[in-house]
Design a binder for this molecule. Structure first.
Ligand SMILES: CCCCCCCC(=O)SCCNC(=O)CCNC(=O)[C@H](O)C(C)(C)COP(=O)(O)OP(=O)(O)OC[C@H]1O[C@@H](n2cnc3c(N)ncnc32)[C@H](O)[C@@H]1OP(=O)(O)O
Length: 168
């Protein structure tokens, strides 16, 4: 299925998942779809392994967590922030290193205090490698961290190969 991309989310400086200057991080890019889902693209490397050649389950969980947690940003013009209070991940297939992976996240439930969502990691052959459910507590950014957008390089990073659509 083709997902039409309607926008790109911001990256940060040092976040393990989205920090563009975290040399050991995943440097994932996040694309909002027409269907109000969020797709992350990332390519894990040797440093992200558990057993040789296999992505660490904790790293897979981290990218699922962030993709679901960021999906809330698609819904509003102003930024709504959350912290994870629950994450349940099912690992269905080994996830290889050194190839681009796709992660999809969406919001399934929301009230004024909490939001919930689900997500999946897809292998290049289209198989679902992991699925997750996450629950997040809405917290104003100033209560989560001392976060200066400029200092933390919170901005859209445009790439020449940013996709217009993503096939999953
Ligand atoms: C947009 C970017 C996406 C980023 C994705 C990645 C996000 C992350 O990795 S965040 C890092 C990991 N998560 C954290 O650090 C969160 C740590 N936890 C906390 O800070 C606190 O527990 C916090 C802020 C969520 C709530 O604390 P506090 O404000 O003191 O509230 P507290 O009184 O304990 O609980 C408030 C309510 O939430 C409920 N609650 C708290 N924790 C949970 C939980 N894990 N599950 C269900 N309900 C919970 C409580 O039962 C309570 O309900 P009620 O008011 O009905 O009694």
């Amino acid at each position: 299925m083709k997902h039409k991309i309607v926008g790109k989310q911001k990256n940060s400086k040092l976040c393990f998942v989205c920090g563009m200057k975290n040399d050991l991080g995943l440097k994932a890019h996040f694309y909002a779809t027409e269907g109000q889902e969020l797709i992350a693209l990332f390519k894990p490397c040797e440093e992200h392994q558990s057993y040789p050649g296999r992505l660490h389950g904790g790293v897979a969980s981290a990218v699922l967590d962030e993709t679901i947690g960021r999906a809330i940003l698609n819904k509003y013009d102003t930024e709504v922030w959350g912290v994870t209070i629950e994450l349940n991940v099912k690992f269905k297939k080994p996830i290889p290193l050194n190839e681009e992976l796709k992660v999809v996240g969406r919001i399934t439930k929301e009230n004024n205090r909490i939001f919930e969502g689900t997500g999946e990691i897809y292998l290049q052959n289209g198989e679902t490698a992991a699925t997750a459910y996450g629950k997040y507590f809405k917290v104003p950014l100033e209560r989560i961290a001392d976060f200066d957008p400029e200092e933390n390089e919170w901005k859209i990073i445009e790439k020449e190969d940013d996709p217009d659509e993503i096939e999953i």
